[in-house]
Design a protein around this ligand. Structure first.
Ligand code: COA
Length: 385
């Protein structure tokens, strides 16, 4: 047993996985061997979910059956909607509201709890995971509407996963560009190796706790500012630039002089431009072309070009997925504090896939801490202290 300390478990191999691979130097991300670009451009989020959960891309027939099962369980129980209302009235933050409501879903799931000794746990996890995945968009759209003083909109089973969310959020069926863009964003965020939230779900799954616990834990981990959330920071910067009517370059120079980091740049794994950023930049261009509003595109591309000229990108501090996703979501009319919940909506698919995969050859995750406290303290009863 090694006594070498790996703070933050950085670089420590803890599991084998066939789900996703990040090549940070080549700027490549694959899900089960398929390049993220091919999946984002050619497959729907439902196909990607099927790929992650079942191991291969579906045929049309398989996809129809899979989507039908997913669409059939989008509605959430009234008691959960009441809780969503209570949370919105209390001014709860969207990620915390999602965490509470997701946990509550298990109370209305009649699927019996799996017994790891007797049951096919993967089947139970898949059934429950499908329900969670189907219901998260309903919870989030309802939360957003009720806090705006509007009634929630019931899911439409005839719309795609992406299209239905935008419909429930806005009350109007999205146009093709918006639906396709949002679907792509979901695919791009579905999985990314053993990041903090996926590892959290895995730790919970390794105890053979149910998938409601795993997804709820994943949401908790993703809510931290060191994990989800940088796209919101980028959007705040873009608004700041807009409000100040400054040239974006002036803002960047000022930020760098003040020692501030540029949100949406740099990544622990990628040393080149994140492939997801390249795709989202293109989608932002499409959205800008279709709306005629090119402001965010101009600001983001100006900043990227400037930082490239300044040699930052060459040093490995290149645009990450968050640099363009905020502007994309804003163009779709999604409020800033819903960006991380949307990330959770997509990543739940990855968390569920990882738990199913890990439990096939489960081993309780139980690392050690080096004890640095005293070993010889003398106990004193409370009334003598
Ligand atoms: N803007 C300016 N400089 C940056 C930077 C950024 N966004 N990100 C990293 N750097 C610089 C650091 O200041 C440091 O410079 P130094 O060596 O002169 O001190 C160097 O790059 C390495 O930084 P470090 O924090 O060790 O890199 P990391 O791999 O641990 O950091 C992030 C990765 C994501 C935490 C970091 O790039 C960051 O904070 N980015 C902004 C937030 C963000 O976009 N997060 C979303 C990630 S998906």
């Amino acid at each position: 047993m090694s006594d070498e300390l790996q703070r933050g478990l950085e670089g420590v191999l803890v599991a084998e996985s066939e789900l996703s691979h990040v090549d940070g130097e080549a700027g490549r991300l694959v899900y089960r061997g398929y390049d993220i670009e091919d999946l984002a451009r050619g497959a729907s989020y439902e196909e990607v979910l099927y790929l992650l959960w079942h191991g291969s891309l579906p045929t049309s027939e398989e996809l129809d059956g899979f989507s039908a099962k997913l669409d059939a369980v989008r509605e959430v129980d009234d008691a959960v909607l009441d809780t969503v209302r209570t949370l919105a009235d209390a001014g709860e933050r969207p990620m915390a509201a999602l965490r509470t409501a997701t946990s509550m879903l298990s109370a209305y799931d009649d699927e019996p709890r799996a017994d790891p000794d007797d049951d096919d746990v993967a089947t139970t996890t898949l059934t429950q995971g499908r329900r969670i995945t189907a219901k998260i968009p309903t919870i989030l759209a309802a939360f957003q509407r009720v806090r705006q003083g509007e009634d929630p909109i019931a899911p439409d089973p005839d719309l795609s996963y992406a299209g239905n969310f935008l419909y429930m959020l806005t009350g109007t069926e999205p146009d093709d560009v918006s639906e396709e863009t949002f679907d792509m964003a979901l695919t791009l965020h579905a999985d990314h190796g053993l990041n903090a939230s996926t590892f959290t779900a895995l730790v919970i799954g390794s105890t053979m706790a149910d998938i409601y616990s795993g997804v709820t834990g994943g949401i908790g981990a993703l809510s931290g500012p060191l994990h989800g959330g940088a796209n919101q920071d980028v959007m705040e910067v873009l608004h700041e630039i807009d409000a100040s009517e400054k040239d974006p370059i002036e803002w960047v120079e000022h930020a760098r002089d003040a020692g501030r980091r540029i949100p949406g740049f740099g990544h622990r794994v990628y040393s080149v431009k994140d492939p997801r950023a390249t795709i989202l930049e293109e989608k932002l261009r499409d959205l800008s072309d279709s709306s005629g509003d090119t402001k965010w595109l101009e600001y983001t591309t100006t900043i990227e070009e400037y930082l490239t000229e300044q040699g930052l990108v060459e040093k490995g501090i290149a645009p990450n997925v968050d640099f363009y996703s905020g502007a994309v979501y804003d163009s779709l009319g999604i409020p800033m504090d819903m960006y991380t919940p949307i990330f959770a909506m997509s990543r739940a698919g990855g968390w569920i896939a990882h738990v199913i995969e890990y439990q096939q050859d489960n081993r309780l995750i139980r690392p050690r801490a080096r004890y640095t406290g005293p070993t010889d303290a003398t106990f004193v009863p409370i009334d003598e202290r």
